[in-house]
Design a protein around this ligand. Structure first.
Ligand SMILES: Cc1cc2nc3c(=O)[nH]c(=O)nc-3n(C[C@H](O)[C@H](O)[C@H](O)COP(=O)(O)O)c2cc1C
Length: 273
């Protein structure tokens, strides 16, 4: 990642890019991305295999994109926690690309999935939850992209008080003396999510943050897994990396603290420091 760039800055700069300028990646950017995707870790230690795919060679398409010349595909074994692991690792690549000025958009559905899965040579126990184009943003968004952003409300996010709580659900987080933690929660808030539903909920308790998924209907899919769990993996990547950038080591556990949760909310994981 560009050394001078702070992870919080990269998170703030990222947006989904659906209109590209048709230029190939520079040799330097391509080489850096190739190197980065060789070994992307996640706290579940579940390997994610990334491949760079030529749309022409494999017949890859997306109705919502324009001018894309390269795709990033990724697959993972269907083992417990694969969604969170996938979200974490794929977001690492998305933010690395952003640090180079390379645009991306997470896509779970708006592509000819069969052709992508073929290009990824999916094995029996493997799944390809999402893909993304990789390219330089065009100067002007296509009409499709502009309309899509408006319809989804892509520039909006829930307020902190709707996603973060103190000790238990129902007591909104009102900020704290720990400025790093405050910034981390804000950086989770800005994360991308499927249909911008922002399913992450956090309970702050001492030196721990418990992550929960607020489930919405229609996101648990045979071909992609529980897409909102992928969103939580993305949020966890933002959390861990911003904490680390502030010099704080975090460790992940998946022991449910057994707190009372609203209907449709499930426990995912806990980061402690
Ligand atoms: C797991 C996941 C799946 C997504 N799937 C699609 C998709 O299939 N097609 C699409 O155009 N955007 C997709 N998105 C992009 C979201 O719509 C986008 O991140 C959200 O609207 C917020 O906008 P932003 O990324 O510009 O901040 C997906 C995002 C995530 C995280």
């Amino acid at each position: 990642m560009a050394d001078t760039m702070d992870i919080s800055e990269i998170i703030k700069m990222r947006r989904s890019v659906r209109t590209f300028n048709k230029k190939n990646l520079t040799e330097e950017d391509l080489a850096q991305i190739k190197e980065f995707i060789k070994d992307v870790k996640n706290p579940y230690d579940i390997p994610v295999e990334f491949r760079l795919l030529d749309p022409k060679e494999h017949g890859l398409k997306s109705k919502v994109l324009k001018g894309e010349e390269l795709y990033l595909g990724a697959k993972i074994k269907k083992v417990p926690h694969f969604e969170e692991a996938f979200g974490y690792s794929f977001e690492a690549v998305v933010l690395f690309a952003q640090s180079l000025g390379v645009g991306t958009v997470w896509m779970a559905s708006t592509m000819n999935r069969d052709a992508f899965e073929k290009a990824m040579e999916l094995g029996e126990e493997e799944i390809m939850p999402c893909v993304s184009p990789l390219g330089y943003p065009a100067d002007k968004m296509s009409v499709v992209e502009t309309v899509m952003r408006k319809t989804i409300g892509a520039d909006k996010r829930l307020g902190i008080e709707e996603i973060a709580f103190e000790q238990e659900f129902g007591i909104p987080f009102k900020g704290c003396e720990d400025k790093l933690l405050e910034n981390v929660i804000e950086m989770v808030r800005l994360a991308p999510s499927a249909k911008n539903m922002q399913p992450w909920r956090m309970i702050i308790s001492g030196n721990s943050v418990h992550f929960y998924e607020k489930k919405d209907p229609g996101f648990d899919r045979e071909e992609a897994g529980d897409i909102q769990k992928i969103d939580i993996g993305i949020a966890m990547y933002h959390f861990a990396k911003v904490m680390e950038s502030g010099g704080r080591d975090v460790t992940l556990k998946t022991d449910d603290p057994g707190l009372k949760v609203p209907e449709g909310v499930v426990y995912i994981s806990t980061y402690s420091w």
